[in-house]
Design a protein around this ligand. Sequence first.
Ligand SMILES: [Cu+2]
Ligand SMILES: [Zn+2]
Length: 201
Amino acid sequence: MTSMSSRLLVPAVLAAALAACGGSNDGDNVAAEADRAGESAVQMPASDAPVAAGAAVMLEPTEGNQTRGELRFAAVGDRIEVTGTISGLPGNSTHGFHVHETGDCSAPDATSAGGHFNPASTDHGRVGQGEHHAGDSDNITADADGNATVQGWLEGATVGDGAATDIVGKAVIVHADEDDYATQPTGNAGDRLACGVIAAR
Ligand SMILES: [Cu+2]
Ligand SMILES: [Zn+2]
């Protein structure tokens, strides 16, 4: 800024603008500080407003396998959308993928996770096509590098509401083979490559 003494005759509006930019007017700065303090003191809305229900799972390999991944579950309408990535699969392969009834991955082969999550006591099948388990989701497909992008969904399940249909605390299993959506009660999807327990988030 040039010498203030040469600008004594500038219009008052411009002088005020310069003061605001330059911060040379202590009186204005004090007033501005007071305004900011007033704004920050305004009460924020109560923070207990409902947020979208969601959960997540970290999948870890079972004994002798390398399959792992991270998935998220989000309630969208009356479905649960499942998104995430899984790695360490054989290249260009297809695998059954379900929520299982017991949140216990402690067995080396993850059989501790039990059968498919089935709170409605229905037959195994394919989500969106007639009768199926609440834990049934479509097969996942790995690319040539063994990575799969998951964009599946569940029907008949809920997230975080504590109901019998709640998937929080249940397990997710990635299988060695593809689900045929027909064989009872497993879809004949074979061994368990990875397991994780679903946690609310
Ligand atoms: Cu399964
Ligand atoms: Zn099933």
